[in-house]
Design a protein around this ligand. Structure first.
Ligand SMILES: C[S@@+](CC[C@H](N)C(=O)[O-])C[C@H]1O[C@@H](n2cnc3c(N)ncnc32)[C@H](O)[C@@H]1O
Length: 282
């Protein structure tokens, strides 16, 4: 567990604009991120999502917050979840609502957080199906496990792991889902190769993620605050789609594409909540 705050200047995660602070706009420097910065970002992501897990109950009870569950999930879906699963929800879409998971299928959720999408998928695949949630933040995994106990869910397992090196055997998964997580990885190509590796031939993914219509300002790409808000690492959508195609996926379909901050007047207006479906050829 990350117990030490990696640096003192991180602002809390917000589901709306996380920035743009004094040091956040107008830098024309290189957009290349260094290995040192990357380690800081990984530590920052774990720190922030660990804190979010610890505050899930308070977040659920806070009626002043616009919750991800209110934005993206149906009333039926929300009613089926423990408060802490809803309180930890930090997605940018509803992949399970679109994926049409079938009874008996094996589903794997990349960056499962408090488990929200795993629990919804578990209902859809039924007792003969199986759901695996992967997350690199120990406090999130603990929260997800507690939520599973509250729900009495028996067909979900949560595993500590990185989406760049998924702890799952080749060709074993029918459906991969992910909700606002790949934007947090600087190795997106590796993540898509891993998804390809674990999917059965003919298997599919449905992923919601933050992308952008134009390259973000370099200073945003380098900001730990923007990374933890799923913004700093958001890829340009056309490049993201090319990456998926070059990995070998077929029937690539943009299911949903919505401006994330339509009222913004700066670079933030380029942010897009994308939901994408694709298959591994049979
Ligand atoms: C924005 S939250 C989304 C959580 C969940 N999917 C949801 O919709 O509420 C991102 C989650 O991904 C996890 N995460 C981020 N980068 C990861 C990585 N490289 N490998 C595994 N988990 C990661 C974080 O710990 C966090 O729980």
């Amino acid at each position: 567990m990350t117990t030490n705050k990696p640096f003192g200047t991180l602002t809390p995660i917000s589901e709306e604009a996380a920035c743009c602070g004094d040091d956040c706009c107008g830098d024309s420097g290189s957009s290349e991120i260094t290995h040192e910065q990357l380690e800081t970002i990984t530590a920052a992501v774990q720190y922030q999502y660990g804190s979010l897990a610890s505050n899930a109950a308070e977040r659920a009870a806070d009626s002043t917050r616009v919750k991800a569950t209110d934005k993206f999930y149906s009333e039926d879906q929300r009613d089926a979840l423990p408060d802490e699963a809803a309180g930890a929800s930090a997605g940018c879409g509803n992949p399970v609502g679109i994926a049409d998971a079938q009874l008996g299928e094996t589903v794997l959720d990349l960056g499962s957080g408090g488990g929200i999408d795993c629990f919804l998928a578990a209902k859809e695949v039924g007792p003969d199906g199986y759901v695996i949630g992967i997350d690199m933040t120990p406090r999130m995994l603990e929260l997800a496990q507690k939520n599973a106990e509250k729900l009495g869910t028996e067909n979900v397992v949560f595993k500590l792991g990185h989406i760049e090196s998924i702890p799952q055997a080749d060709n074993t998964v029918d459906l991969v889902i992910s909700n606002c997580v790949i934007a947090l990885s600087e190795q997106k190509g590796r993540v898509f190769s891993e998804i390809y590796r674990i999917l059965k031939p003919g298997g599919r993914f449905v992923i919601s993620d933050m992308v952008t219509s134009e390259a973000l300002p370099a200073v945003v790409q380098k900001s730990a605050t923007e990374w933890v808000a799923c913004v700093g690492g958001a890829a340009v959508m056309s490049e993201y789609l090319k990456l998926v195609e070059s990995t070998g996926f077929s029937t690539i379909e943009v299911v949903k594409e919505e401006r994330s901050r339509p009222e913004a007047i700066d670079w933030q207006q380029n942010l897009i909540n994308l939901t994408l479906r694709a298959s591994k050829p049979s």
